[in-house]
Design a protein around this ligand. Structure first.
Ligand code: FPP
Length: 277
């Protein structure tokens, strides 16, 4: 079985996976994915962009199931950004319909796989029916103790930081927060979901080298992997390729190798000159 990487957030409990391939090194507890390239995937096939989103759901289903099966603790998917509201209204409406349908149809699979669903973002800006489906799926899966599937919906990292600052200033004005005591942990407590550890691995599909306003605070020390495949073509073999690549990384969190969690692969990796800051 793979060794654990304790990460910047400190101790993390490791769950036994039923049958995880041996990737040859550390395994990420938290994976975050920027699902890009739906439109391109469809257009390359002479189809309308929205067909790419529809096919993207099949990837969401497959990747979620495989991550849960392998014992990933948290999977965060960038499903709709605050900037996505600027898209043509037909596309936005289609995405919201897909979201609602996904949240309803996936309930049996989520429950069967022990997956708890939650969301981060400006949830109050979603249409009422999507919000209701989300609340109900969160309620139904609240007792699941397997993987956490977090959907980033109407999410933007700058909005998250602005929302956090607004709440902190409010607390400072009412005397609940002393400005001189503000540190990194204080700021984290005002983010949308302070209790989920930071992503160990950030995957982006469709070859783009951008982080697109996604979890800017939380990915400070995440390993980044860019897949060339568009999201609808990103399936289990592509996920395994990302995990093999991750297994070969050495994480130092800005310190020296000796400060990192000791894992058996360090000496081998160092000798290959793969040390990273
Ligand atoms: C980027 O592709 C993808 C999105 C804007 C939305 C992602 C949504 C899904 C995968 C389906 C809905 C998901 C859930 C969980 C219900 P793009 O349209 O920007 O592609 P392009 O860069 O090729 O134009």
């Amino acid at each position: 079985m793979d060794s654990d990487d304790s990460g910047a957030g400190g101790e993390r409990a490791s769950r036994p996976a039923t049958s995880r391939p041996d990737f040859g090194g550390a395994f990420p507890e938290h994976i975050a994915i920027i699902m890009d390239g739906n439109g391109r995937w469809a257009q390359q096939r002479g189809m309308r962009r929205i067909w790419g989103h529809r096919e993207g759901i099949a990837s969401v289903r497959e990747i979620t199931t495989e991550c849960a099966r392998m014992g990933v603790r948290s999977l965060t998917l960038y499903a709709f950004s605050v900037e996505n509201w600027k898209r043509p209204s037909l596309e936005v409406r289609y995405l919201m319909r897909l979201l609602r349908r996904f949240l309803i149809q996936e309930r049996p699979t989520l429950l069967k796989n022990g997956v708890r669903l939650s969301a981060i973002g400006r949830i109050d800006t979603l249409p009422d029916d999507a919000r209701a489906a989300l609340a109900e799926t969160e309620r139904l899966t609240a007792g699941c103790d397997g993987m956490l599937l977090r959907l980033a919906l109407s999410y933007g990292s700058r909005s998250e930081l602005a929302d956090a600052l607004r709440a902190a200033v409010r607390d400072a004005k009412s005397g609940k927060l002393a400005p001189e005591q503000v540190d990194e942990d204080t700021l984290r407590r005002y983010l949308y979901d302070p209790s989920t550890p930071d992503p160990d691995l950030l995957i982006r599909t469709a070859g783009e080298m951008r982080v697109s306003n996604f979890l800017l605070w939380q990915i400070s020390y995440s390993e980044i992997y860019i897949a060339e495949e568009c999201w609808p073509a990103f399936r289990t073999p592509q996920l395994h390729a990302a995990l093999r690549d991750y297994a070969g990384r050495v994480r130092k969190f800005g310190g020296l190798i000796s400060d990192s969690a000791p894992t058996p692969e360090f000496p081998a990796r160092l000798s290959k000159g793969r040390e990273r800051a």
